[in-house]
Design a protein. Structure first.
Length: 521
């Protein structure tokens, strides 16, 4: 492995046998796997390395949470108390002569990493320390022996480390490259929803239906009270709840339409395009490889809650096409794999998992789908209540796996995902959260491993969006079918390792389109 640390134009390198000041050309020419303190703070973008061990990303797998700064990463592998908040660390401008005079080595006498190490230590020393941390992290992953803490073997945990590191690199690329966005189409779509006039013009049709009653449409309490005066008594004004009352009075449908326009205006309006779409026609936001919970990728600039109404504006550039790939029913299939339930795994052999589940439960497909989702999210009553009871009989191991996670959450015990990520649960009472986290977190690991494999196997083009369980690629039109083949090949390859021995089949719906909106689903 080759550790790489950059400071300006200088490059520190270490390979285990020596450490030295080198160059980016040496990194580019090396066929070794790279070790980085953090892909997000190491400007290697022109190189686009294929195999990276990101110390910050792996730290978050091992210890959970959002922190991954060098002092915290170093403290964890050395068994030291958690480092202070990185916001409290000294900066180069703050150091002053006294700190420089006190600085003798990157590692302090108490074994901690000096708070100004990355500004004052030699790059060769920092690269050598990176290799020490990598070795410590690998040993920690291999040592997770408690089957309740990590039910899978060391091999899969190491696969997770590499995949999470690749996701960190991918986030850097996604942030730099951006999402191809047709500005003209985007402006037209926004205008069609919110109009081009005064915001009061959007409010007026709804307010008129309230028959002159004074209502603040942006105040849920005011709206609920006004609806009650019209005979529509609801405990809250969530859209899904109001949808059931659309036949009761025209104001409900008008209110729901208004809300869609208001959300578009406040979150995805003209200002949003002006701020986030560059002159090159790329929409950009900040990307994070793992949130502070179960480890899903997240992004700013509205990229992770992109409205369907604007998908037509995401368009392939000249000579290119978009390849959209979506993992089908991934969380139920993940549950089948991580729980080791053979009957549920058999259901996952079908293109549509819910059809054999419905047959097994003696209900229709919609009820079976609700029952499966309710089981994963901890719902035990409602329309799918009877089907849930049947699930206990049909898929006992899957349900037992979920209950065990929920019980640990209630007791305040942390849980680990299939790939080894720690999900801290604090003081307890988070049973339902833990129940879902072991499934959602495992699905996130599978997705990132898949995305990393696609990135490395893709002969031309690039991943331009990772949205929950969906990948969006832009590739030359002539390479479209090669890209489709890569997407399926990568999923087969990754799931073969990730779910080895489970018998679970993972599927992806793949489409080649010019605009994102043309892909169904």
């Amino acid at each position: 492995m080759l550790a790489v640390v950059l400071r300006g134009s200088e490059v520190g390198l270490a390979d285990g046998s020596r450490s030295w000041l080198g160059s980016l050309d040496e990194v580019a020419d090396s066929d070794q796997r790279l070790v980085l303190w953090s892909a997000g703070t190491t400007p290697l973008l022109p190189l686009r390395p294929r195999q990276v061990w990101d110390l910050s990303a792996v730290h978050k797998v091992l210890y959970g949470g959002r922190r991954g700064d060098p002092t915290a990463v170093w403290a964890a592998v050395r068994g030291l108390p958690p480092a202070g908040d990185p916001a409290d660390e000294l900066t180069l401008l703050d150091t002053g002569l006294s700190v420089v005079e006190d600085f003798t080595d990157a590692v302090c006498a108490d074994g901690s990493l000096h708070p100004s190490a990355f500004r004052l230590a030699t790059l060769e020393r920092l690269a050598a320390l990176a290799l020490e941390v990598q070795a410590g992290q690998q040993a920690a992953l291999e040592a997770l022996g408690d089957p309740r803490q990590s039910p899978t073997g060391p091999h899969l945990r190491l696969v997770t480390a590499w995949a999470e590191s690749a996701a960190a690199v991918l986030c850097v690329e996604l942030e730099a490259d951006g999402l191809p966005f047709d500005r003209s189409t985007g402006l037209d779509l926004i205008a069609a929803v919110i109009g081009v006039g005064d915001p009061a013009d959007r409010d007026r049709p709804v307010l008129e239906l309230f028959r002159g009653d004074h209502v603040d449409l942006r105040n849920p309490v005011s709206v609920r009270e006004a609806l009650a005066r019209m005979g529509i008594d609801v405990p809250d004004t969530r859209s899904w709840r109001l949808a059931a009352y659309q036949a009761a009075h025209p104001v409900v449908a008008a209110l729901l339409t208004w809300r869609k326009a208001e959300r578009m205006a406040t979150t995805y309006g003209y200002r949003w395009i002006a701020e986030h779409v560059g002159e090159d026609g790329r929409l950009r936001g900040e990307w994070t490889a793992a949130d502070g919970g179960a480890g899903r990728m997240t992004a700013s600039a509205g990229l992770h809650s992109f409205p369907a109404e604007l998908r037509a504006a995401v368009a392939a550039e000249s000579g290119q096409v978009l390849v959209r790939a979506d993992l089908g029913q991934v969380e139920p299939r993940v549950l089948a794999a991580v729980s080791g339930d053979p009957a549920f795994a058999a259901a996952a052999a079908a293109d549509d998992l819910y059809t054999p589940v419905a047959t097994q439960l003696g209900c229709d497909r919609p009820t079976a789908k609700v029952a499966v989702l309710a089981a994963m999210y901890g719902q035990t009553s409602g329309a799918a209540g009877e089907a849930l009871k049947q699930m206990d009989l049909a898929y006992p191991r899957a349900l037992a796996f979920l209950r065990a996670a929920e019980e640990r959450g209630r007791l305040g015990e942390d849980v680990r995902t299939h790939g080894g990520r720690l999900v801290p649960l604090g003081s307890g009472g988070l049973g339902r959260y833990a129940r879902n986290a072991v499934v959602q977190g495992a699905a996130a690991e599978l997705f990132k491993a898949w995305a990393a494999a696609v990135r490395n196997l893709l002969p031309e083009g690039q991943i331009v969006l990772c949205l929950h369980d969906e990948l969006l690629l832009q590739v030359p039109a002539s390479q479209a079918q090669d890209a489709v083949r890569v997407v399926h090949q990568a999923l087969e390859q990754v799931s073969g390792h990730w779910a080895a021995g489970s018998g679970v089949r993972f599927v992806a719906d793949v489409a080649v389109v010019q605009r994102w909106s043309e892909a169904k689903g």
